[in-house]
Design a protein around this ligand. Structure first.
Ligand code: NAD
Length: 269
């Protein structure tokens, strides 16, 4: 039986860990070739590659670009566009966080977060989108955050980068809205805006909260989540993978320029 992404190639940035690896796994299960990218030890990269092959990816290629470096992104995109028939699906997922007040935020952290969470997405999209338009099919999925829709204290560069990413998503969606058609699947650009997702990125925030409860992680977790999410639970990375997979389907050909929250009701309040 043919799988929904058979013959497609997906490049997922920051896919050595967390949400990126879960999205890449969902795509691999659907039969896509996977372009893997992200930091990590050779063992971590090998483990991610094995996981994706086992999940069903017919081919997995690791792109070692550090996304802080625009020249490295240009090189990765040039190579990816020539590999496996080009980039049908681009997921801009790599991201970082650092918490401090505006007054205390180190300038280098501001620059690093804007570079990785926002500028790197522009650098990948500007290469990927023209080729998608030429084929009449393409999917760009930007992993933003609820912090692309609402703010929280002590996250100035993160919130600024994610609001910026939602804006970039909308502009690109409009510019490519008429590419392709219903039969080819069209070219869509969307943002997914997760609330809390249980990954290594947020572990320091759970543990900081746990300190208030004598180091009890379970209590720290509950306290952190309930402050914002009426559901009282975090999403699993695979939930984000399932949504990304739906956005890649032909049925989603007319969903573009959206910023979809997966946030347990956080932004409904
Ligand atoms: P994570 O720390 O588990 O994974 C981040 C990935 O980005 C890793 O693969 C890492 O190697 C890669 N990366 C970091 N710096 C890089 C660089 N310079 N070049 C290339 N790759 C780099 O984090 P995660 O929680 O899976 O987060 C993934 C995305 O989801 C981020 O954009 C994050 O802002 C967003 N997000 C996460 C949550 C959450 O609760 N975990 C919520 C909302 C949004």
């Amino acid at each position: 039986m043919s799988k929904p992404l058979s013959g497609r190639t997906a490049l997922v940035t920051g896919s050595t860990s967390g949400i990126g690896l879960a999205i890449a796994t969902a795509f691999a299960e659907a039969g896509a070739r996977i372009g893997l990218n992200g930091l990590g030890t050779p063992e971590q990269i090998k483990a991610a590659t094995n996981q994706l092959q086992k999940a069903g990816a017919p081919d997995v290629r690791y792109f070692d670009a550090n996304l802080m470096d625009p020249a490295a992104i240009d090189k990765m995109m040039a190579e990816a566009l020539k590999w496996g028939g080009g980039v049908d699906i681009l997921v801009n997922n790599a991201g970082m966080q650092f918490t401090a007040s505006v007054a205390d935020m180190p300038v280098e952290k501001w620059q690093a977060i804007i570079n990785l969470n926002l500028s790197a997405c522009f650098y990948t999209m500007r290469h990927a989108l023209p080729a998608m338009a030429a084929r009449g099919f393409g999917r760009v999925i930007n992993i933003a955050s609820v912090h692309g829709l609402v703010a929280s204290i002590e996250k100035a560069p993160y919130v600024a980068s994610k609001f910026g990413l939602v804006g970039l998503t909308k502009v690109a969606a409009l510019e490519y809205a008429a590419a392709g058609d219903r039969a080819s699947g069209g070219v869509t650009v969307n943002a997914i805006c997760p609330g809390w997702v249980e990954t290594p990125l947020i572990e320091p925030q759970i543990m900081a909260r746990a300190e208030k409860f004598g180091g009890d992680r379970a209590q720290g977790y509950k306290n952190l989540v309930l402050e914002k999410e009426p559901s009282g639970r975090m999403a699993d990375p695979s939930d984000i993978g399932a949504l990304a997979l739906f956005l890649c389907s032909k049925a989603a050909h007319n969903i573009t320029g959206t910023a979809v929250p997966v946030d347990g009701g956080w932004t409904a309040q």
